[in-house]
Design a protein around this ligand. Structure first.
Ligand code: DSN
Length: 422
């Protein structure tokens, strides 16, 4: 590369990634084929529109790339193109979710001004593990529409489907969103389907975090239940988390008389985006071919086993694991433990100094703030890609324990256990 400054920074980041233990639950390491597709000449091309319906000439290759990505996306999740459509153009997860709302929730202009009530999006609160785009008021999803927030049961720290049903029947949301960024347990999509049917809502599943586990058969499918029962109406996902692809997102929608797919296509382009990033779409196609292999199935199973080993060992060492464990690629550790431990911010900083990268995270019913929360979120996808197994994760748990205990013991000795301003 002629640009030495950027070359140096890329090299520094490459070295940093190699050196650390990466436990960020939403990160992964892509293959060199994915990188090659991302860095290809496809980045030079404008292809506004959809295959066969572009606004620029010269798109015969673009059409093939996009169609191949669509075919592979449907095949990866065992979906028939007669039943499901997929849009592979969203640039990332937040715009994908926004496109769904834009497509399916009636805009103010369709009502007389005096009678307009913004439609409701029922989504999990950020502090319980939801995502900003599930209706939080700092995101466009909570500014243009109204969030009906839900959370977990205070005792079990897991979803309480009866409480969800009552809330949905009372609030009558237009869309119910399932699928979270910091919820370690499996989601009962059948129960969500029943709740959505009971209140007439569209069921949207944001499977960004666990999509790779679904593809690898290590987590329940949000598309349909065993026996073929239809579950979600719309499924969004990013490609770069457990799916181990490039930064990108996709929207799957059920084909029926509601024409969800047509509305979603229009919302993505021209509603929200211009030209698709073809290099990114090609890289998605590459990643999805990789994710369809037996090796990826083994990877997905190992990701979950590793998270369980990490969780069990931390629990054995005395740490409180939110909900008592994990069924997925991530776990939440209550490091604060009512003031007897260490705040999440401090914990993540101490761990980073020791070469272990995690993120601070609120825990359900957190009494501290999102900037100084009570916990940390740990995930196993990235280190599992590097070949780590259960014994490696038990070792990582012991390292985490040692770093955090050293800090706590030092501060208790100094009588300054609480350094987070509480
Ligand atoms: N930032 C992602 C995560 O870490 O979960 C979600 O967008």
């Amino acid at each position: 590369m002629l640009d030495k400054q950027i070359a140096k920074l890329i090299d520094a980041e490459k070295k940093r990634q190699k050196k650390v233990i990466n436990l960020i639950a939403s990160e992964n390491y892509v293959s060199s084929d994915v990188l090659e597709a991302l860095g290809s000449e496809l980045t030079n091309k404008y292809a506004e529109g959809y295959p066969g319906r572009r606004y620029y000439g010269g798109n015969e290759v673009s059409d093939k790339v996009e169609r191949l990505a669509q075919e592979r996306a449907l095949a990866l999740f065992g979906l028939s193109p007669d039943v499901w459509a997929v849009n592979v153009q969203p640039l990332s997860g937040s715009p994908a979710n926004l496109a769904v709302y834009l497509a399916l929730l009636p805009p103010p202009s369709s009502y007389p001004v005096s009678s307009y009530q913004p439609p409701k999006i029922m989504g999990m609160s950020l502090s319980h593990g939801g995502h900003l785009t599930h209706g939080h008021n700092v995101s466009a999803s909570g500014k243009f529409w109204i969030q009906v927030p839900y959370g977990v049961n205070p005792k079990t720290e897991t979803l309480d489907y009866e409480a969800l049903r009552r809330l949905a029947l009372r609030e009558k949301p237009a869309i119910i969103v399932a699928g979270y960024t910091a919820y370690p347990r499996v989601i009962d999509f059948k129960k969500f389907r029943e709740i959505a049917d009971a209140c007439g809502a569209i069921l949207m599943v944001d499977m960004s975090h666990f999509a790779g586990l679904v593809a690898g058969g290590a987590y329940p499918s949000p598309f349909s239940a065993e026996g073929g029962q239809a579950l979600a109406d719309v499924v969004t996902t990013t490609a770069h988390k457990t799916l181990r692809g490039p930064r990108a997102a996709l929207i799957f929608s059920r084909r029926d008389s509601r024409e969800l797919d047509k509305k979603i296509d229009k919302a993505v382009f021209p509603g929200l985006q211009g030209g698709p990033h073809l290099n990114q779409i090609a890289a998605v196609a590459v990643a999805f071919k990789e994710a369809g292999t037996p090796a990826f199935r083994q990877y997905a199973t190992q990701v979950v086993k590793n998270a369980q080993a990490l969780s069990d060992e931390l629990a054995r060492l005395g740490w409180r694991i939110v909900s008592g464990g994990t069924d997925s690629h991530l776990l939440l550790v209550d490091t604060w433990m009512n003031g007897k431990g260490i705040g999440g911010k401090e914990a993540s900083e101490r761990l980073e100094n020791a070469g272990i990268i995690v993120n601070k995270n609120t825990i359900p019913f957190d009494e501290r703030s999102p900037v100084e929360p009570s916990g940390i979120r740990l995930g196993t996808p990235a280190e599992t890609t590097r070949g780590k197994k259960e014994q490696d994760f038990r070792e990582i748990a012991r390292k985490i324990d040692k770093v955090l205990r050293t800090y706590i013991d030092t501060n208790i000795l100094m009588g300054t256990n609480d350094t987070n301003g509480y």
